[in-house]
Structure formats: structure tokens, C-alpha cells
Design a protein around this ligand. Structure first.
Ligand code: AMP
Length: 444
């Protein structure tokens, strides 16, 4: 199959050829004819499968062939994305696909001044890429009208809900014309997403190019059990041992990102970090420098997981496992893209076992474990498998061979991995903490 057989017009074929796209990916092969036929879509596609071209290319064709010229302060198609980075990236792809067409494209998102965006929208744009919050701001300030809108694309819809945008989406839904085409893309499909689709889509065609919730099989995935306090040391050890060149590292919190970057930089390692507390320009600069290999290690929170498309990124490291299991799929989807192979390594400590179990259940696989010599954890990571079972039964504590030999004493009792406290579920019931009176005790 070729792009020409899918019925694409010559300026688009030329653009795709310039980009080196020879054959349509499976999601493109299914989505392009359906979008051209005006159908609503509900598409589940793995990250890195070419879904952006799957919706953007036929959309550009429809906008070129049909419909009136865009009016002032209007958009003919709207692509909603969960993060600024993704909005930037989707816009960059759309602009590349549109390079031979007389259409205008633009991206708006928060964290930067709204005024230039309002100015730019004055003439109207054919395709507007936006994050939900900024879109609503622009709409409320009358900088944008949506009555000319022909097509709405929800990209990474599951992520939008995870990030708490359901209210914004409901607001946007009320702003849209009833008659329109709606395309919903999501790497994973939760029941909540299906509900959203039921509301927003009209007789949609369902496309599922890969089994539900399965990570790209071009990515070799493995887990290294390690004690929490030795994670940074382990990272540096693996990095040196594996002679890692370009690594994207995910940490759970902003502080975690900063702490790891500080530690790496302190060791003379070329590292930088991105997270939501940093200004947009700083984030973009770090990302660009990583893409151009001026930065070797980029440490990020999940904010960055959606916006990165780096050719041939060989390795993703989960310094911490994500709290939401679906994020694991998105994170490791930064490698093994467009048919390349990649590797994803997760440093897992005992109190992340429930997250590990949730990931294995979601991806329907038991991740292989690799114990690193001299880093065997004191707190054993209980066994897990794809059924969601966490084997909490601790191993029998080892008896000391001689006094003073390897191991740790604790009130006369030997502590090894088997003595680790059973791991609590990650969501604990809230318990009231008693308030103690530290003053002198009253006699009863
Ligand atoms: P996406 O899933 O849209 O983020 O795309 C992942 C990567 O695959 C991007 O770098 C695209 O440029 C690339 N890509 C998309 N479609 C094709 C294709 N048909 N042939 C080759 N590369 C592609």
C-alpha cells in the first residue's frame, strides 16, 4: 500500500516524500480513508505509531478541498492536546505535512503570554493546536470563535482526563458547533474515555491497531531491583557500565528531577531537567539541547512524556515508576519509535511494588528482573506477575554466618531483604493522627 492509493492529493504526497515516509503505518492506513470519508473516529494506537499523520494528513486534505476560507478570529479545525510540549510537537508535524498547501496553522498553550496569541488569531487559522485551558481563555476573551469549526481532534484523550481536564473538555464541548467531525486518539482506552467518546462522537469508526494497553513490542523492557536510597548510585553505575549516550530519565516529582540533575552535574555528567515548575522557554531549550545531543541525560517528570519525539532515542530509564500505570506506556513509547528498537529500564524499590504490579497487569507481561551485583536490595522487591499478584510472603531471614559479616543488625535481630515490612498499597486510607499533649501530664 502507498499513500497515493489512499487517495491523497499531490501536495501532501510530495510533503510525505520529503519527510521520507514511504508506506503508511497501520493506523494511517485505516485512519486516512475514514477521515477523508468524513467519519468520526475512535482510535487506539500505540505511541510512536504515526498517529499524528493519521489524523493530520487527511484533515489537511479536507480543509484544502472543502469549506469556506477561514474567518477572522476563527479556526476551521482544532487539535486539543494535553501538554504544551505535545501541542508544540503536533503543530510542528502538522506544519511539515502542510508545507505545500495554502493553509495556516498555529499552536496556543498556557505558560506564555496570551497577547501574541490573540494577535495571531485575528486573521484566523485553518488548523489550531491548543491545550484546553488556554483555548478556553482565548474563547472567553473573544479572541477565538468556534462557529466555523469543521473538525475537532482530541489527541491523547486519556492523558487529558488523567491531567484533570474533564471539566475543561465539558466546557469546550459546549462551545462547539453540533455539526462537526470528531476524531479521538488515545494510546490507551479506559472506561472513562469510552464514556467521553459516547458523548462526543457520532457513530464512530473504531480503530485498534494494537492490542489494548500493550506497550510497543520493539522496546526491550527490564527491571532492576534496588533500594530507594541507592537509586542515584545505581543509575550512575548502569550509565557507566552501559556507556549510555543519550538517555531520557523519568522521575516522579519535580524535586526528584532537580535532585538527580544536581547529583549528575556534580559528577561532571552532562544532564539537564524539565518539569512543570520551569518556565516554558527553559523547558523547550533543555529539550532542544537534548534532541541535538548537546545534553546527554534529560531528566523529566511525566509532563515531558507526551511531547518528545526524538529519532532513534535508544533508552528510557524510569528512575521512579509512574503512579498511573498508563504513563509507563507513554514513557517507554519515547523509544522504539517508527519501527526502531529501544530499551526501557526501570529502577524499582520495594515500596513501588504495587506500581510495578499495576504496570505488568496493564501491559499483560511480567517484566524480567536483572539483579545488579553489589546492589542487591536490603528491602526485597516482592515477586509480581501480569495477573496482578504481589507475592508478599517474605523469604526466611538469613542467619548470620559469623558476627560482623554482611548484613545489618537491628535490636539483636538480623535484617535482610526478607525482613522488609510488607509493602502497603500505594493509596492508603487517610488515618487521623492523634494529637499528643507534650506538656506536663495532669494527674487523674
Ligand atoms: P507519532 O506516533 O505521530 O508521534 O509518530 C512517530 C514517528 O514516526 C514520528 O517521528 C513520525 O515522523 C514518524 N512517522 C510517522 N508516520 C510515518 C511513516 N509512514 N513512515 C515513516 N515514519 C513515520
Amino acid at each position: 500500500m502507498t499513500f497515493a492509493t489512499l487517495g491523497l492529493i499531490e501536495p501532501l504526497l510530495r510533503a510525505l516524500e520529503t519527510l521520507g515516509y514511504q508506506t503508511p503505518t497501520p493506523v494511517q492506513a485505516q485512519a486516512i480513508p475514514a477521515v477523508l470519508a468524513g467519519r468520526d473516529l475512535m482510535a487506539a494506537a500505540q505511541t510512536g505509531t504515526g498517529k499524528t499523520a493519521g489524523f493530520a494528513v487527511p484533515l489537511l486534505q479536507l480543509l484544502t478541498m472543502e469549506g469556506p476560507k477561514v474567518a477572522a478570529n476563527s479556526a476551521r479545525a482544532l487539535i486539543l492536546c494535553p501538554t504544551r510540549e505535545l501541542a508544540e510537537q503536533v503543530h510542528a508535524s502538522v506544519a511539515e505535512y502542510a508545507q505545500n498547501l495554502p493553509l495556516t496553522t498555529y499552536a496556543v498553550y498556557g505558560g506564555v503570554s496570551i497577547n501574541p496569541q490573540m494577535m495571531k488569531l485575528r486573521k484566523g487559522v485553518d488548523i489550531l493546536v491548543a491545550t484546553p485551558g488556554r483555548l478556553i481563555d482565548l474563547f472567553r476573551q473573544n479572541a477565538l470563535k468556534l462557529n466555523q469549526l469543521q473538525t475537532l481532534v482530541l489527541d491523547e484523550a486519556d492523558r487529558m482526563l488523567d491531567l484533570g481536564f474533564s471539566e475543561e473538555l465539558a466546557n469546550i464541548y459546549r462551545m462547539l458547533p453540533k455539526k462537526r467531525q470528531t476524531l479521538l486518539f488515545s494510546a490507551t482506552f479506559s472506561d472513562e474515555i469510552r464514556q467521553l467518546a459516547g458523548q462526543m462522537l457520532n457513530d464512530p469508526l473504531t480503530i485498534e491497531v494494537s492490542p489494548r494497553n500493550v506497550a510497543a513490542n520493539t522496546v526491550k523492557q527490564w527491571v532492576v531491583p534496588v533500594d530507594k536510597k541507592r537509586k542515584a548510585e545505581m543509575f550512575v553505575h548502569l550509565m557507566r557500565k552501559g556507556r549510555w549516550k543519550q538517555v531520557l530519565v523519568f522521575a516522579k516529582t519535580r524535586n526528584g528531577v532537580d535532585a538527580l540533575v544536581d547529583k549528575l552535574q556534580g559528577l561532571g555528567i552532562n544532564a539537564d531537567g524539565i518539569h512543570g515548575d520551569k518556565p516554558q522557554a527553559t523547558r523547550q531549550r533543555a529539550l532542544d539541547r537534548f534532541k541535538s545531543s548537546d545534553v546527554q541525560i534529560l531528566v523529566a517528570t511525566d509532563v515531558a512524556a507526551r511531547g518528545l519525539d526524538i529519532e532513534d532515542l535508544p533508552l528510557v530509564v524510569n528512575f521512579d515508576l509512574p503512579i498511573v500505570a498508563e504513563d509507563y506506556i507513554h514513557r517507554i513509547g519515547r523509544t522504539g519509535r517508527a519501527g526502531n528498537t529501544g530499551e526501557a529500564i526501570s529502577l524499582v524499590c520495594a515500596d513501588e511494588v504495587n506500581m510495578l504490579s499495576a504496570i505488568e497487569m496493564l501491559t499483560r507481561q511480567t517484566l524480567s528482573r536483572h539483579m545488579e551485583q553489589d546492589f542487591e536490595p536490603e528491602h526485597r522487591v516482592p515477586d509480581t506477575d501480569a495477573s496482578g499478584q504481589v507475592v508478599k510472603k517474605p523469604k526466611k531471614p538469613k542467619k548470620p554466618k559469623t558476627s560482623g559479616g554482611g548484613g545489618k543488625r537491628n535490636l539483636g535481630k538480623w535484617v535482610d531483604s526478607g525482613d522488609a515490612a510488607p509493602v502497603e498499597p500505594s493509596i492508603k486510607p487517610v488515618r487521623k493522627v492523634p494529637v499528643f499533649n507534650t506538656g506536663p501530664r495532669k494527674k487523674k
